[in-house]
Unconditional design. Sequence first.
Length: 210
Amino acid sequence: MSSEPAIKRAVIFIDGQNLFHSAKEAFGYPFPNYDVKKLAAAVCHAKGWQLQQVRFYTGFPDAADNPFWNHFWSAKLAQMGREGVHVFSRPLRYRNQTIQLPDGTTSSILVGQEKGVDVRLALDVISLAWQGDYDVACVFSQDQDLSEVADEIRAIAQTTDRWIQIASAFPFSPASRNKRGINSTDWIKLDRGIYDAGIDSRDYRPKRPK
């Protein structure tokens, strides 16, 4: 069995939409106001890890479909790139979804969905493990689909005779309905103090006309 390294190199993988919805539920923030580099640095400092990379993944709407949020994400992702964050983004894909209204009737609405974002995140966690780029993979997400990635990381550790840890970090408060991290990972709960210290001082939302 390989020994635990004295200095643990960490790569932070952030599911942007999952982090936003968790923070909204836990703390009530209405838009993605996080600074991913600050949050990653705070977690690594608390755990004694050496931060190697921050990698961010999200879908976002096309300008023709939602110019407000397209502007927001285009500006925010560009700033992340300037700060050295590895960014992976894809336009949302839309499909009609039928919903039931309170009066019992149904209506069809157009819903945007991420396609391929979670797959890219999972592939990068596994690929960088094989390359030996980290000792700790910390995924900011509560997506249980990624539990299979955790199983794969343990298999890689055994095959390569290396010590590798995988953790999941997520905003948490008494208001959180989902109180679980990703199965088969070490859970890191981000309370309001930690999250608020990682808020982005810039607001990328365009000014709405009065």
